[in-house]
Write a protein that binds this ligand. Structure first.
Ligand SMILES: [Zn+2]
Length: 138
């Protein structure tokens, strides 16, 4: 009993820190195969820390190398997932990406950060190619 209580408390602690793994629906992966390039987690500290950096409670998604963390309430919408997968590509393109991203954010702010603009246009382009606009539910 004590062991199982400790075990579940430990799991809760881990979930609070790093979230838990999420499997994307097969239909979504078939439609956007590039989403297979990342691991997805829900909850944990990264979305909260991302939110604090932006002066908000949380962000819908945040990417660190090949792992995408989603806020615990964020829907599995293609636009969000494709935006974040573009950040996976950016991490893969240069080992200096985290520094370049931080520098862009300091100079231009989040919205005008060129890596954010690139992620937004990538998601919009992929949705168009797949036959749905970012504004319409898929
Ligand atoms: Zn972004």
């Amino acid at each position: 009993m004590i062991v199982s209580t400790l075990h579940s408390a430990g799991r809760r602690l881990i979930d609070n820190l790093v979230g838990h793994e999420v499997q994307l629906p097969a239909a979504l992966l078939a439609r956007f195969p590039e989403l297979r390039e990342a691991r997805f987690r829900r909850g944990g500290l990264p979305p909260l820390v991302g939110g604090w950096c932006l002066g908000a409670g949380s962000v819908a998604g945040i990417t660190l190398w090949r792992t995408i963390w989603l806020d615990s309430r964020a829907p599995l919408e293609p636009e969000l997932l494709l935006h974040e997968i573009r950040h996976v590509h950016q991490f893969g393109a240069s080992p200096l990406f985290p520094l370049a991203y931080a520098w862009e954010s300091l100079r231009r702010g989040y919205r005008h950060n060129r890596f954010e603009a690139d992620a937004r246009s990538f998601a919009a382009r992929r949705l168009l190619e797949a036959g749905s606009s970012p504004l319409s539910p898929s």
